[in-house]
Design a protein around this ligand. Structure first.
Ligand code: SF4
Length: 440
């Protein structure tokens, strides 16, 4: 967003008040803070409008793909480094099915894609898209595979063909979802841009050289398509990092805005496909196309993405309170931990594993882990005593004892004094919890 002074330069300076602000400068200040709309000034010229809209556009265009619940957005990133603020729209992964695949092969791939679903720290990690590639060269065969995939999965699609007629043939099967068309290149861009414009689908543009890509993007935009995704065609991992970084840096620093669009990496056919997916995730990738994905590779890939796309200033938290695990009754023991998600889910999983019924009290530590919370004064004996009282834990369990994390042993005396409970110092590592519970 431009500053108030930059906006002011483009306003008519009549100070007439018709925008509901007494002066043009006051209006400019409200605009800069997104508290007014440019359209509220009846005298602003079309030229000024175009200039202001261009300078307030996000550095990387926001592109939405799919429809309904599985719709997602990519782009609209503002940072080069995650720690400066956060990254907003996570990398999306697609498994690609060839239109020459047999019925059985296509079915197996669809099932594998659907099964790539894991839960971690309370969040679902899963495959995001499916691609259909026109290897047959036959538009009818392509449309038929797209129809099958769209029927069996609600995931957004990538329509992969160099033939605009094949894309057109498959378009109705892909609706009502808004698929990504992949891809326009130096040879087919006119036909592809025409189809993308007519169908209102986003379009990937590819070129094996960045200057060439910038020129191609300009032509496609001039043809009326703005929702673009860029394939930078890296030949190896080094070039992937270099090109993705150049494009992101130029967009975010606004030194060159011609390539300010999300990036798609086509890793199909590469022996380093998983490495390309990992590198794209770390280095500004919007979408990664893969021939397939083994669950053993999917888990680290999804976890990497989860870590990169969380807000570094806000720890992932669970709700504080009393949680029942393994159907505890009145004689079940009470343990406590913090509300940092990773800590909670690790402790809860270890209690579950023990098969011993137990109550787990989650103390609000603003999402900090045990030692960090203790060091920061967010996990105190007084706080735990209050949480034991307010959560009802003392009424739920008839045992007059509480199990604390081993790292907090120095707090045990004070806690015992405040609650009158027997305080059992648990293991330093959560993995030791089953042994302690079974020994009670
Ligand atoms: Fe200035 Fe336009 Fe507002 Fe009048 S309506 S005060 S010209 S910004």
């Amino acid at each position: 967003m431009p500053t108030a002074i930059e906006i002011f330069k483009h306003l008519p300076k009549k100070n007439c008040g018709k925008c509901n602000f007494p002066t043009c400068l006051a209006f400019a200040m409200q605009l800069a803070n997104s508290k007014a709309k440019l359209a509220d000034c009846p005298y602003v010229t079309e030229e000024a409008k175009a200039k202001l809209e261009a300078s307030s556009a996000p550095p990387i265009r926001l592109v939405s793909i799919g429809a309904g619940e599985s719709k997602f957005e990519i782009g609209d990133e503002t940072e080069l480094y995650r720690h400066d603020k956060k990254f907003f729209h996570q990398t999306r992964y697609a498994i690609v099915i060839s239109d020459t695949a047999s019925d059985k092969e296509a079915g197996a791939k669809l099932k594998r894609a659907a099964d790539l679903r894991f839960e971690r720290v309370g969040q679902n990690l899963a495959m995001d898209m499916l691609g259909v590639r026109n290897d047959s060269g036959d538009p009818a065969k392509f449309a038929s595979m797209v129809a099958r995939v769209a029927k069996e999965s609600a995931l957004p699609l990538v329509l992969m063909s160099a033939d605009a007629e094949a894309i057109k043939a498959a378009a109705s099967a892909a609706r009502p979802s808004r698929p990504l068309i992949y891809a326009a290149d130096a040879n087919n861009w006119q036909a592809m841009a025409a189809v993308a414009k007519e169908l209102k689908f986003p379009l990937a543009v590819k070129h094996d050289e960045l200057n060439g890509l910038a020129g191609l993007v300009e032509k496609v935009r001039a043809a009326g398509v703005e929702d673009l995704v860029l394939d930078l065609c890296p030949r190896d991992l080094q070039q992937l990092v270099e090109r993705n970084t150049i494009v992101r840096k130029n967009a975010v620093k606004k030194t060159f805005r011609g390539l300010g669009f999300p990036i798609v990496t086509n890793a199909c056919g590469s022996k380093q496909a998983v490495l390309m997916a990992l590198t794209s995730t770390m280095k500004y990738g919007g979408i990664v196309l893969l021939d397939d994905l083994d669950p053993a590779h999917a888990i680290p890939l999804f976890v990497l993405r989860q870590n990169i796309y969380t807000d570094p200033q806000v720890p992932i938290q669970v709700k504080a309170g009393l949680y029942s695990i393994n159907n505890p009754g009145g004689d079940a023991p009470v343990l406590f931990t913090t509300n940092f998600s990773l800590t909670y889910f690790t402790v809860a999983a270890d209690i579950e594993k023990s098969r011993v019924p137990a109550w787990l009290l989650v103390v609000d530590t603003e999402g900090l882990s045990v030692m960090t919370a203790f060091s920061a004064g967010k996990l105190t004996a007084e706080g735990v005593a209050e949480a034991l009282r307010s959560s009802g834990a003392l009424e739920k369990s008839s045992r007059k004892e509480v199990i604390m994390p081993g790292m907090l042993s120095r707090m045990s005396g004070k806690l015992q004094e405040l609650t009158g409970l027997k305080v059992i110092v648990g293991p330093r590592e959560s993995s030791g919890i089953p042994k302690v519970l079974r020994s009670l």
